[in-house]
Design a protein around this ligand. Structure first.
Ligand code: NOJ
Length: 738
């Protein structure tokens, strides 16, 4: 009799006999039964996650591997699984993990691009597609979504998250968790989500990856926790600790975070994994003496599974014998791991059908969803004279290093997307136009201008030029911080060269982060910004350029004029000396000026106060007029729902979708409050000339924050409310919470 069936039978017998030790669910009973049969060594084996495939079979057979990552070959996965299920003493299946971040085979826009859609439904659909494709290859656990609020575009990992705003982060995180996990984790096409990196990793000083973070408890609670709390409450199955330390305590050894907050305060019952060797790195942090010490600190802090430090498997048995880690802590961790394996149905269904992936990878519906996501994620930043769409032109010049770069347009963390399946803008535009193709530059960092004369000559023969610039995939993502955010290589020079031909110039930026494109805006008539758009980026951008689709994306991060402005985010706290619109700039200061304070407000002498584009910004080929918002009441109590309505009119000649945004400001608080905060958004599609009444319903309880006494409350008093197309527009209306 195989071991799985034996386990199932013994559990069934136990269930019939009516197990006494108070476990509540059938799964709990199965977990307890199995746990009671395990040796300490086998328990610790479950807490060990290793990178690799078939060569881990021997360790799996000894019960020393709880999970593997980075193997995507179904045959190899089955081989390790067979060793665990059929050769290990208790036959506990292995959990197979992978970084499926924005698609598995069919690559969707990078998460920052997904956030630009402000469309949780399409994001959920993308995550579902990723789950269907990844599970068909045997992967049942993804290390996504990344929920790190990130306000500094120098940090390469801004690509992997939803940007600077906690509310948008919550909505995108929930959508991804729903998409990955589906209705029921036990469905073989469901994947456990992993909310990461807990916590504060996105606040690395200076945008330098792996750097220190300085975050107060209030700011953790108001800004960095909300997406973790919301997705934990929604049933996210697992959580990953972060590399960084906060206030001197690395997250992987932070009992306050992993026990007091996550378990006791939030009551979350999922499974906690470390980041890759984040336990071991506590030695480099100077927080642990050696690997053995890291294992002790991590498990005692509340970690369940170790990713690749090898510390748990080497030292936990010894630590238990020495009384430094209790067996109760080990049992706690193993319970969480086994419960997840039961929830995923791995005991019943440990193997993957090795022919399955061929049937689902790159399915037409998946490609269509990827294309729609890429369409919705592109942001129109400039469109002087309505140059876009290029619906009349027949002959266009296509140039630039990102026009035909199938690998680069997939972006960071796209390990399993195959570039042969990527459709580039060049390929797609050739279906629509007579294309003159001159690359100009071979890749985004190319500094050679030797091809520029050809490009300029080609531009003069075309009716319009479309220049695809940006970043290669490798320039953003983990460990890819930058201190200068201008276009790399000679890309800005290429745009300027094309402009000399005097034809309409459209620039399309394909990048992993907000770049500082101010000087490039001066040399073009229109600019579309597409965070690495994935497999179907080409057809999506071609539809937008041709006018078969209308841009509707909005910025999920503030765009800077200069990297020196970072970090810069719209929802900063009220200042004592806010900028009032008057700035004396560098070259306006008289020579030998006296030691005056130049207005005494918060701004830079060189770049002034404002950003290049505010959070939430994005144009359309049509235009929208916002009517005045009308509140249903002037005063609300804590249990009320605020209803605010306004008329939105499509004042242009095309159908278009506007992302309408709701912002609130708590005017006076027991602690200083943000100047405004996003509290809702909707995508509204209107025909030309159509007017619609748009209504937001905002529960007053959504105005709560962590106050002076570190309590989560709505404070009575006056508020401002805006409805607008971005975070810098609109006139406020006021209400009071009584
Ligand atoms: C390190 C990264 O920080 C994390 O996000 C990722 O999931 C793991 N490596 C596994 O690849």
């Amino acid at each position: 009799m195989n071991r799985i069936i034996r386990n199932i039978l013994s559990v069934a017998v136990l269930a019939l006999a009516g197990c006494s030790s108070a476990p509540q669910t059938e799964t709990d009973r199965k977990v307890e039964e199995l746990l009671s049969q395990m040796t300490l060594h086998e328990k610790i084996g479950q807490m060990n996650q290793l990178s690799g495939g078939a060569w881990l079979a021997d360790q799996a057979a000894k019960g020393e591997v709880g999970s593997i990552l980075n193997c995507v070959d179904p045959a190899e996965i089955n081989a390790v699984q067979r060793a665990a299920v059929e050769e290990s003493r208790l036959g506990i299946p292995i959990l197979v993990a992978r970084d499926v971040i924005h698609g598995f085979r069919t690559i969707f826009p990078i998460p920052l691009g997904l956030a630009s859609t402000f469309d949780p439904e399409i994001v959920e659909e993308g995550a579902r597609v990723a789950a269907v494709e990844a599970t068909a290859s045997g992967i049942r656990w993804t290390f996504s979504p990344m929920l790190d609020v990130a306000r500094d575009p120098r940090w390469g990992r801004v690509a992997e998250g939803s940007g600077e705003d906690p509310y948008l982060d919550v909505q995108m995180g929930l959508a991804m968790v729903r998409g990955y996990q589906g209705e029921d984790l036990s469905n073989p096409a469901s994947m456990a989500a992993c909310i990461k990196h807990f916590v504060g990793y996105g606040a690395a000083e200076g945008g330098r990856d792996y750097n220190s973070t300085m975050i107060s408890e209030r700011s953790l609670r108001n800004t960095y926790f909300p997406a973790f709390k919301a997705t934990a409450d929604a049933g996210a199955a697992t959580l990953m600790t972060s590399f960084n330390e906060i206030d001197g305590i690395p997250s992987t050894g932070n009992k306050w975070l992993l026990k007091d907050i996550l378990r006791d305060e939030w009551g979350w019952d999922g499974m906690v994994v470390t980041d890759w060797n984040s336990a071991g790195e506590m030695i480099a942090h100077g927080f642990s003496n050696d690997l053995k010490h890291t294992a002790e600190q991590s498990v005692n802090a509340g970690v369940d599974m170790d990713m690749m430090s090898y510390g748990f498997i080497q030292y936990l048995e010894e630590l238990v014998k020495e009384g430094k880690v209790s067996e109760a802590e080990i049992d706690r961790a193993v319970r969480n791991i086994l419960k997840l394996k039961f929830d995923l149905g791995l005991f019943e269904n440990p193997y993957v059908d090795e022919t399955a992936s061929a049937k689902v990878d790159y399915a037409p519906a998946h490609l269509e969803a990827a294309k729609q996501s890429a369409v919705e994620s592109a942001i129109l930043l400039k469109n002087e004279g309505g140059v876009l769409p290029l619906d009349k032109a027949k002959t266009i010049l296509v140039t630039g290093p990102l026009a035909d770069a199938p690998y680069e347009q997939m972006g960071t963390w796209a390990f399993d997307g195959q570039q042969e399946h990527t459709v580039t803008p060049l390929t797609a535009l050739r279906q629509e136009y007579d294309v003159i193709w001159e690359p100009g530059l071979a890749y985004s960092r190319d500094r050679s201008t030797k091809e520029f004369a050809k490009v300029r000559n080609a531009a003069s023969r075309a009716e319009a030029a479309v220049v695809f610039v940006g970043e290669e995939a490798i320039l953003s993502g983990e460990a890819h911080s930058l201190s200068n955010l201008n276009l790399q290589g000679a890309q800005s020079e290429l745009i300027a060269e094309v402009a000399k031909a005097g034809k309409p110039v459209v620039v399309v930026v394909i990048a992993g982060r907000p770049l500082t494109v101010e000087r490039d805006l001066d040399n073009c008539d229109a600019m579309l910004y597409s965070f690495h758009p994935g497999t179907m980026g080409g057809p999506a951008l071609a539809d937008l350029i041709k006018g078969k689709a209308n841009p509707s994306g909005k910025l999920p991060m503030t765009f800077l004029r200069d990297a020196g402005q970072a970090p810069f985010y719209y929802n900063h706290n009220n200042l004592g000396r806010p900028n009032n619109g008057t700035e004396t700039l560098l070259y306006d200061i008289p020579i030998a000026a006296g030691q005056t304070s130049l207005g005494c407000t918060s701004y830079y002498l060189d770049t002034g106060y404002g950003p290049l584009f505010p959070f939430g910004y994005g144009l359309s080929y049509t235009s929208f007029k916002y009517g005045n918002p009308v509140l249903d009441k002037g005063e609300y109590t804590e249990d009320d729902v605020i209803r605010v309505s306004f008329e939105l009119k499509n004042t242009g000649m095309r159908e278009g979708t506007e992302v309408v945004q709701l912002y609130v400001q708590d005017k006076v608080g027991s602690v200083v409050r943000p100047v405004k905060e996003l509290k809702g958004f909707q995508r509204v599609t209107l025909a030309p000339g159509e007017t619609r009444t748009v209504t937001f319903e905002l529960p007053v309880s959504d105005l709560a924050f962590w106050n002076i006494d570190m309590e989560y409350v709505v404070e009575k008093g006056d508020f401002n409310l805006w409805v607008a197309g971005d975070s810098a527009s609109g006139e406020p209306v006021s209400f009071e919470v009584i």
